[in-house]
Design a protein around this ligand. Sequence first.
Ligand SMILES: [Zn+2]
Ligand SMILES: [Zn+2]
Ligand SMILES: [Zn+2]
Length: 277
Amino acid sequence: MKIKVLGSGASEGFPAIFCNCDSCIKARKAGGKNIRTRSQFYVDEDMMIDFGDDTYYHSLNENISLSKLKYLLITHSHIDHYNPTIFRYRGGYYATELYESVLKVYSTPTVKEIYENMDRGKPMDEVKSKIEFNVPAEFVPFSIGDYTIHALQAIHMKNEKCYMYLVEKDGKRVLFGNDSGYYPDETFEYLKGMHLDLVFLDCTFGLHSYGINSSHMGIPENLKVKERFYENGTADDSTVFVTHHFTHTCGSTHEELCEETEKHGLLVSHDGMLFEL
Ligand SMILES: [Zn+2]
Ligand SMILES: [Zn+2]
Ligand SMILES: [Zn+2]
């Protein structure tokens, strides 16, 4: 499996879109891995995880033809993960090609509800644009193409079910673990004995902690997840852990984050980071 991190930042981006705090000034000046667009992943050139504000930019930057995308997994309705206007441009005079393949979308109930109720969030010609929206149940694996997908329960929004996705292919397993605070017991239990090869952890707060009950995590909570994964047989020394989805108020540069996380055997994601399993 080839996994590319298209965006590694939180919802406001890093530097944040309207912010001029010291962190954002530093990030703008340093550039490179300190520029973090909104979180998105690209898997084996036919699957994406999330479809937020920077999807168009990522498609240009990474030379991705979105019309050829087959599978899309959406974690929740925050706009950095699902911009409800993008589908409008797949069809009608915005996209005049006839699609050979159906774009299969898997999402939470709320994301589907938003899609269905948003007149301008749907393609102009729904028949020709071939979008199929599905809502998988959590903890019930399903197959699409050569993939097996598991929707897992995240802890993120009070009034909305939010998913994380475990993607399996060719004997390898990747957990796309954002957005979420410290995982619920049900998720840890489900993953018991299921060895993961690559794990992306929500690390919105960077080196800071806002406690175990927060809707996001920092390194201290990431380490607690890692520890429990080891105890449960979900991870061992061959598992690669990657911290991800950073907000500007975390106050650390990419280099500062790397320095601290390396001590704990974690990597720090950046835009354009590539993994081959
Ligand atoms: Zn987010
Ligand atoms: Zn800032
Ligand atoms: Zn979110």
